[in-house]
Design a protein around this ligand. Structure first.
Ligand code: NOJ
Ligand code: CA
Length: 672
């Protein structure tokens, strides 16, 4: 009888493998995905766009010590689903998101008794697939993920190199065939289509990098654990989604919600305390070297400075103030550090500052640099967050500037677990997070919306102590890093040609030549970056004295970080970008170019029809005088800007005129 059953199951399986339709399409029919099994029972997925083959993902499966997870599969069942729904979020580029996709789940087994469900979702803007395993083992030691991405033809790509410790690397534009290793998002253009490979819902698993293994083929490399294996998981488990966003133009990638749509709905019941904010902080001075985190004669976070920053925020419609260097331990940073997450330095009167902030209606942000000491931080988390909550604090900025203990890689499974642990502990104490040196965003902010923003790329700080970030870089990251989610770039330095001082730990070694330390864009572009580089916690990062009395700071006063709707309107990776956002009934526009001056004729058809708006335009000054730049070259003065006003409607076309390394920012206010 048993034999009969097995024979029957084998027969059914063979029947199913041979006859089942293993393909599905996007709702609009443009993207088609076809699954197949090779002679060894190894699955693959081939992606077509408009009938042309774009890419094949093959060698699909994992390797483990305990179970055979990569081959010998045959199809048992194929199930399908269609979804078309909208969901809302407490914050985001768009607060209302549409999830329209088709799902195909291919259930497979192999003779070793392992069941694999390959779940594929195809949207109009790309696809995601993940592995769902049932092995019968109690636990598994994952030694490899075999997933390969094989491009049908060569093209151009934009990415950072693969790295399991940092994302603070310069972006490169390379032929797909010229990339050795890449982190994700890995953005490309091949066969007339733009795309980006990334992942969604990364929990309890290492991050994925791409290593080229043939001219157009990339294999997956997971961040290893200290013992060399990739992950330890339960016998029944699923991986993060592997995603490929697709669009006919580059801005289509920015306007895609695919990564969010592949995450689970919000896990936090009461989200009323989760609100976007603008902020200023005791921060830039430390990177310039004029102030210190440590408690000495140049200490930045003093009571006097805190009160002055709170007054400034209250007077300028800014919701939050960040203090770095408020707590004991900074003198131990850079090796075996021990930060104290509870005890302020003696010249920082925490209680008085917290009550002054509350009185002024300003949100007090605490900073927790860990230096990478994740075990110490985990042990301190609950008591620290409890204390902050009792002080009325709703935002914590975390930092992991330093190696993690015991050879734990920043992007490995253990680190991913740590970052999530912090998110959940923070949620339990109504705390929003801004993580620096984070794990990359994979849309988990949908499920955990207190995970507001993160760094995870070269931010503003690089300008203070290195040759810094070019305008081309700033035109690239919206199409690469920011596809993964919000970024705390900390834009808005007005003092473009600042003086630097020594004093930053190690700065002389990093940067013997301070002549390259200045902002590589115009001032108007610094303003535009507040709109372009989306973050629900958006910083005006300069010293507040550089904003006091500055006419152009009106933009930030007027700016609303809590937008309802956004759209990237024009742009090409590395060349230029134009983005519009709406918050309430006002619109904000940000545009930026690379080293080439550029004019973009932009139809204002995103504005509400029939409404007249006053457009306040912050532009590069076309008559900027040539001045000597700190590196000795001569170029138009980057601090020169013009503010003008004009009435516009949705019928108008705005000529956005941008200088080299320049930009433009506009506030559109409806006329009553
Ligand atoms: C690096 C972070 O990116 C920066 O914002 C912070 O000021 C320093 N670490 C110190 O924590
Ligand atoms: Ca950093």
């Amino acid at each position: 009888m048993k034999l009969m059953t097995i024979a029957c199951a084998v027969f059914m399986t063979v029947l199913c493998s041979c006859s089942a339709d293993l393909s599905t399409s996007s709702p609009d029919g443009i993207i088609r995905v076809e699954a197949a099994l090779d002679a060894s029972g190894v699955p693959s997925l081939t992606v077509y766009s408009g009938g042309d083959r774009l890419m094949t993902m093959d060698s699909l499966g994992l390797e483990s010590v305990e179970a055979v997870m990569s081959h010998g599969f045959s199809v048992v069942d194929v199930s399908r689903d269609r979804v078309d729904e909208t969901w809302t979020r407490p914050w985001g580029e768009n607060k209302v998101v549409r999830d329209r996709h088709r799902e195909m789940s291919i259930l497979m087994t192999n003779p070793e008794g392992v069941t694999l469900t390959l779940r594929v979702r195809v949207f109009d803007d790309g696809l995601g697939f993940r592995y769902e395993y049932e092995t019968g083992c109690d636990s598994l030691t994952v030694t490899e993920e075999n997933t390969r991405f094989c491009f049908a033809e060569d093209g151009i790509s934009w990415s950072i190199p693969g790295n399991f410790e940092t994302y603070e690397l310069d972006t490169r534009e390379l032929p797909v065939s010229g990339v050795e290793t890449a982190n994700t998002p890995f953005t490309f253009r091949t066969g007339g289509v733009y795309g980006s490979i990334h992942e969604a819902a990364l929990y309890d698993y290492p991050e994925m990098n791409l290593y080229r293994c043939d001219s157009l083929e990339f294999r997956t490399e997971l961040a290893p654990r200290p013992d060399g294996c990739k992950a330890r998981v339960a016998g029944t488990f699923m991986t993060p989604w592997r995603t490929v966003q697709l669009a006919s133009d580059a801005i289509g990638l920015i306007n895609s919600s695919l990564i969010l749509n592949l995450n689970e709905p919000c896990a936090i019941e009461d989200v009323s305390w989760i609100k976007p904010q603008k902020y200023v902080g005791v921060w830039w001075g430390m990177h310039l070297g004029t102030h210190t985190w440590t408690c000495d004669s140049r200490h930045g976070a003093t009571t006097e400075s805190a009160l002055r920053h709170i007054d400034f925020a209250a007077d300028n419609n800014i919701e939050g103030v960040l203090f770095e260097g408020w707590n004991k331990g900074w003198d131990t940073w850079g090796g075996r550090q021990h930060f104290d997450y509870l005890e302020p330095y003696p010249d920082f009167d925490l209680e008085r500052i917290a009550s002054y902030a509350a009185e002024k209606g300003v949100s007090l942000w605490m900073h927790n640099e860990t230096g990478g000491s994740i075990f110490e931080y985990e042990a301190a988390l609950d008591s620290a967050f409890e204390k902050y909550q009792s002080l009325g604090v709703h935002v914590v900025k975390t930092g992991y500037a330093g190696g993690m203990p015991g050879n734990i890689r920043h992007h490995s499974q253990r680190a991913v677990q740590h970052y999530q642990k912090v998110v959940e502990a923070a949620a339990a104490h109504q705390i929003m997070l801004d993580a620096h040196e984070p794990i990359k965003e994979t849309g988990t902010c949908r499920t955990w919306p207190n995970m507001m923003t993160r760094e995870g790329a070269r931010g503003m700080e690089w300008n203070a102590w290195s040759a810094g970030n070019t305008s081309e870089y700033l035109c690239t990251i919206p199409f690469v890093r920011l596809l993964s989610g919000p970024m705390d770039y900390t834009p808005g330095i007005f003092d473009i040609y600042y003086e630097t001082a020594s004093g930053w730990p190690g700065r002389e070694e990093w940067n013997g030549d301070n002549s390259m330390c200045y902002i590589k864009t115009t001032l108007a572009r610094q303003i535009a970056n507040w709109v372009i580089l989306y973050s629900p916690l958006q910083m005006a990062s300069d010293l507040i004295e550089n904003y006091e009395g500055h006419p152009a700071f009106k933009f930030f006063r007027d700016f609303d970080a809590d937008c309802d709707w956004s759209e990237a309107l024009a742009g090409e990776p590395g060349d230029y970008i134009v983005v519009a956002r709406r918050a309430g009934d006002r619109f904000f526009l940000g545009a930026g170019t690379d080293g080439t001056p550029r004019t973009v004729a932009l139809p204002l058809d995103f504005l509400e029809d029939g409404v007249t708006y006053m457009a306040e335009i912050y532009a590069d000054d076309p008559d900027a005088p040539e001045v000597r730049q700190p590196d000795g070259t001569r170029a138009p003065d980057k601090t020169a800007y013009r503010i003008s006003q004009r009435q516009v409607t949705s019928e108008d076309v705005l000529d956005i005129v941008m200088a080299a390394d320049g930009g433009q920012a506009v506030v559109f206010t409806p006329e009553k």
